[in-house]
Design a binder for this molecule. Structure first.
Ligand code: GDP
Ligand code: MN
Length: 380
């Protein structure tokens, strides 16, 4: 689950990270009032779940309260990477002498939280990692002991030669680590961490992604979910207990099992197509899941073809077949459908599908190739 900048900053602030005061505005007038209250200059910042807001024009420096009103007016309603800006953060602006990057991610290889720090902050860290990897220090944290002071100090000195700054940065890393663990993050990031002309350190941008598996035991964090800024199909899927991730392609994939779903996407790519989504309907035999899956996938206008790929183990393929028949009776399909199923009750499933005018095969390669061709507008 993504958090907004203002939410991430609140959690970081609680852990002690120095963060300039700020408040949310939903109208230009509110933004002006906050600017007047805090005193200028202020930053007006779009709150959407997307990076690179600055480059997209969603982060503005405002010298007067009237300026804050105008900039907020321009940013509210703006489209950033397909997301509409509904609120802005109005926050005291910092004077910037330098910008560094401090981030923590969960690294599957070492099974640890890993710090990434770089003095080349502010810009895309992916770009730094690709072109000048020596500018990034990686430091895995042993979960048994947490981040040790000497490790924090080592990172501090990697960023700053000045001892006072290095120590202050080390302290911020420990605070960030605390916030990361407490909120159940898979990612926590300060970019940029700023040195002011007075040699003070402050976090002017904050980002957090929460591991969805942590939400059940953290109702306070789960309550921060903002469904209005999530992909509506993903909200729909979550409520229907489906594991779904929207992608940009045109082959809608309905698969049982996460492994098979990944393999299906790989094969779609292999044959020159592009998956429109990742979707795992799970291992249960529940025709309703198929109905929900079809509704969610067909609501995506990019989808040119639907590909079912079902391997029946615990999942009974006849249940899936019944789900397909029910769903398409409720909502007749506007795009072609390719069905591959094999395994438990395969003969019964094939019969159900044939009786209802569908064709199906048990060959995965063949089915994927057909789906890719159909999505491209070719013959089946
Ligand atoms: P992002 O583009 O979504 O990562 O948003 P950021 O909050 O990181 O802002 C982008 C850039 O705007 C930063 O790298 C800074 O250069 C600039 N910026 C952000 N906050 C401030 C501030 O308080 N003062 C000044 N002078 N510049 C800022
Ligand atoms: Mn940033």
């Amino acid at each position: 689950m993504d958090l907004h900048e203002y939410q991430a900053k609140e959690l970081m602030r609680t852990a002690g990270v120095p963060i300039p005061p700020g408040r949310i505005a939903r109208t230009a007038e509110e933004a002006e009032a906050i600017a007047t209250e805090y005193g200028v200059p202020v930053m007006v910042k779009a709150q959407v779940h997307a990076g690179g807001r600055g480059k997209a024009g969603g982060v503005k420096y405002c010298k007067t309260a009237a300026d804050a009103r105008e900039k907020a007016q321009a940013i509210l309603g703006m489209d950033i990477k397909g997301l509409t800006v509904e609120k802005v953060l109005v926050t005291e602006a910092a004077d910037i002498a330098s910008e560094a990057y401090v981030g923590i991610i969960v690294d599957r290889a070492t099974k640890k939280a890993v710090f990434m720090v770089s003095a080349a902050g502010g810009i895309d860290i992916e770009e730094v990692a690709a072109s000048t990897p020596e500018k990034i220090l990686y430091l895995p944290v042993d979960p048994r002991y947490g981040l040790q002071s000497f490790e924090a100090l080592r990172m501090g000195f990697f960023l700053y030669s000045d001892a006072k700054l290095a120590r202050a940065a080390g302290k911020i890393m420990q605070q960030l680590y605390t916030a990361f663990v407490n909120a159940g993050c898979s990612l926590a990031e300060i970019n940029p961490l700023v040195v002011t002309p007075n040699n003070e350190l402050i976090a002017v941008d904050g980002k957090m992604v929460i591991d969805d598996n942590e939400l059940d035991r953290r109702p306070d964090i789960a309550a921060l979910r903002d469904e209005s800024s999530e992909e509506s199909s993903e909200v729909d899927a979550r409520n229907a207990n489906l594991t779904f991730i929207k992608l940009d392609g045109d082959v809608g994939c309905i698969v049982n099992g996460a492994g098979l779903a990944m393999a299906t996407m790989d094969l779609v790519k292999h044959y020159g197509g592009d998956p429109a989504n990742f979707l795992d309907i799970g291992g249960s035999s529940n025709p309703e899941k198929v109905v929900n899956a079809l509704r969610i996938i067909t609501s995506d206008p990019n989808v040119k073809c639907i590909l079912f790929n079902i391997f029946g183990g615990i999942t009974r393929t006849d249940d899936v077949a019944n789900g397909i028949v029910t769903a398409t009776k409720q909502n007749p399909l506007k795009v072609p459908i390719v069905i591959r199923l094999t395994g438990t009750n395969e003969e019964i499933a094939m019969k159900i599908l044939q009786d209802n005018g569908f064709s199906a095969s048990s060959d995965m390669d063949e089915a994927v190739q057909r789906a890719v061709a159909l999505a491209k507008g070719g013959a089946a």
